[in-house]
Design a protein around this ligand. Structure first.
Ligand code: ASP
Length: 415
């Protein structure tokens, strides 16, 4: 009997941590090879998968009225869950106050190391004005270039537009194009299955490399901050989202979690919602049984703009930095933090550490020094793993709830 994929991945994850701690001589390049090969294979699938999935999904819907409803439900899910996540973070960071010790901010204690120049350069051109830029950059000057450079939001924008155009064509060209993109999507899902088979080996390599190169020492001074983020993430993932799945979707959240485990563990070890997307689509479609119409709209868009974990993290990190510098933020400033955290999470790409860079938007909006980011660098990789898993979890919950709202029979059988 073959072990289920989520068990294989879990075992690989544990073995990876052990291998990273033991680190036999000369093993690091091997771990790196395994992890990088897996990541490359995942990334290889993304662009053609997104094109096939979105165009066939939208062109297949046909009726424009149905599409409007689907858009509405999806965006309602994105905004509601992201705001709920931020509120959990806001409450916890105000109650726990991880940035304050014995009545003083912990900035000096943490030795405010100068941020490395590459990060500084990235931060320099970020600010509230950047939000307008995010919206503007959604429109690709050249869709082929956007695809070639892997820019997700412009690519998705173009595919949605293209799919809509296909629905407006006469019968013959409509069915020809629809047939082509459906076939493209099916072929890409096949390749995805082959790549998924590599997941345990790839995840072993990724984990071993992370543990071997980071070690655990760097995290000690930031335990209270990291703990606050983790607590909030766990609450959102284990209480808020399952409750919504149950109450709004009237669906079994536990069974959905079991179905999604391989994707969540992959998100955890790759730190990238975009790289995980092929697995997320596979699990929601083939595991939970949602239609192509819903998955192909909700998931690619969700992987790019719906990031509950990142939104929550942005809020906690910004308030932690304020506390660490001894800056008291009033209600007005905290409302600005909440709104900018939401926008920053929408703007963050689904790649490792994207959320870290976006914190600068919030710091800028409430007038905190950008160097504050240096305070939280050390623990970012671990928090990134956890928030990415929550990002993917929220996308998948949204997909099944929306599918249920559309009258689909999801999560009926045991996985
Ligand atoms: N790594 C996260 C993701 O891909 C984004 C972030 O850095 O928060 O979902």
């Amino acid at each position: 009997m073959r072990l289920a994929l989520h068990w294989q991945i879990l075992i690989a994850l544990i073995l990876g941590v052990a291998a990273g701690l033991l680190l036999p001589d000369g093993a690091l390049p091997v771990y790196e090879f395994l992890g990088t090969t897996f990541l490359r294979a995942l990334k290889m699938v993304i662009v053609p998968l997104i094109i096939g999935s979105i165009v066939s999904g939208i062109a297949g819907v046909g009726a424009a009225a149905g599409l409007g409803r689907l858009f509405g439900r999806t965006f309602a899910w994105y905004v509601t869950t992201s705001l709920l996540a931020i509120l959990v973070g806001l409450v916890l960071v105000n109650v726990i106050q991880p940035g304050i010790r014995d009545g003083h901010g912990v900035a000096t204690e943490l030795g405010l190391a100068a941020a490395d120049p590459a990060l500084q350069a990235q931060l320099a051109d970020r600010g509230p004005g950047d939000l307008v830029g995010i919206l503007q950059r959604m429109i690709p000057e050249n869709p082929v270039a956007a695809a070639a450079q892997g820019q997700m939001l412009p690519l998705i924008f173009f595919c949605i537009l293209f799919g809509l155009a296909v629905t407006r064509l006469p019968e013959a060209p409509h069915s020809r194009l629809l047939g082509f993109f459906e076939a493209l999507f099916m072929a890409m899902m096949k390749i995805t299955h082959w790549v998924i088979a590599l997941a345990p080996v790839g995840i072993f390599g990724l984990m071993a490399k992370i543990v071997a190169s980071a070690g655990f020492d760097a995290f000690a001074p930031l335990l209270r901050y990291g703990g606050t983020v983790l607590l909030a993430l766990v609450f959102h993932a284990a209480v808020t989202l399952p409750l919504l799945v149950r109450l709004v979707g009237r669906l079994p959240a536990g069974r959905h979690a079991r179905v999604m485990t391989p994707a969540l563990l992959t998100a955890f070890s790759t730190r990238s919602s975009s790289a995980t997307l092929p697995l997320t689509i596979d699990r929601v479609k083939n595991g939970a049984g949602a239609s192509n119409r819903v998955t192909s709209f909700v998931l690619p868009l969700g992987a790019t703009i719906n990031m509950d974990g990142t939104a929550l993290y942005e809020c906690v990190a910004a308030l932690f930095i304020a506390q660490a510098y001894g800056v008291e933020l009033g209600i007005g400033a905290q409302v600005i933090v909440v709104l900018t955290a939401l926008l920053a999470s929408i703007g963050a790409a689904g790649i490792p550490a994207a959320g870290l860079v976006m914190i600068s938007i919030i710091l800028d909006a409430v007038g905190l020094p950008l160097e504050g980011i240096a305070l939280i660098l050390a623990v970012d990789p671990v928090l990134d793993m956890c928030r990415t898993a929550v990002n993917v979890w929220s996308d998948s919950c949204g997909a099944v709830v929306v599918a249920r709202g559309e009258g689909e029979n999801v999560l009926r059988d045991d996985p």
